[in-house]
Design a protein around this ligand. Sequence first.
Ligand code: GLN
Length: 259
Amino acid sequence: MKKLLSISLSLMMILSLFACGNKTTSSNTNANTNVNANTQAKKLIMCTNAEFPPYEYKDGGDFKGIDIEVAKLIGQKLGQEVEVLDIAFDSLIPTVMSGKADFAMAGMTVTEDRKENVDFSHTYQTAVQAVALPANSTIATIDDLNGKKIGVQQGTTGDIYCSGDYGNENIERYPKILDGFQAMKAGKIDACVVDDQVAKTIVATEPSLYKLLDTAYAEEEYAIAVKKGNTELLDKINKVIDELKASGELKTIVDKYIK
Ligand code: GLN
């Protein structure tokens, strides 16, 4: 009964809309053009590298993960639709700098070098670099990595730290860290260094093949990157991040993905 009532109410609303439309055909055309222009202007482009579960990954044709959900919530709070642009990790900062994306959100660590090219929001997550090993590896400490072949994702902090600490010649760079794990499986490299939650997620898919070293390698914090000087967007994003932290919404999203 209630359903019928609401259907007839909706019908009445549609009919009255038509009635209005008829009276104002010409001005409506203008209004529609404006609405379209506004909607386009309102879209926020987020660039990411969807090879980084649980922060961003592809599931069928959909983008999923903590960053995707937080970005959508930011869009919702700002009244803007968020479109995801999936590109290589080391293209994220240039893409934000060129204005082809409004912001980069990709489990991206705040570093002094990156700060020279983009502005970072308030941080929303902490992470550490973890060392993943083949299950039968004899590597027991960070120092044992000396002289070993280490796999990293190109352009990430894992890449930067390991290149500095263990020598460029010992680093194998991959476009996605899953390729590093495949190389480790095939015995081509000895370890992979990647953000802890990502390492845990991948190790959990094949626990008989991989293990994690107990020691954490480096501590870091994630933030959203915007074009340098885009304080208008940065202020809005910061406000939403603060709100999401205070309300517990951020924690709810993180807890959904990280048990
Ligand atoms: N946190 C690391 C960095 O910012 C890795 C990020 C990633 O691979 N998506 O470099």
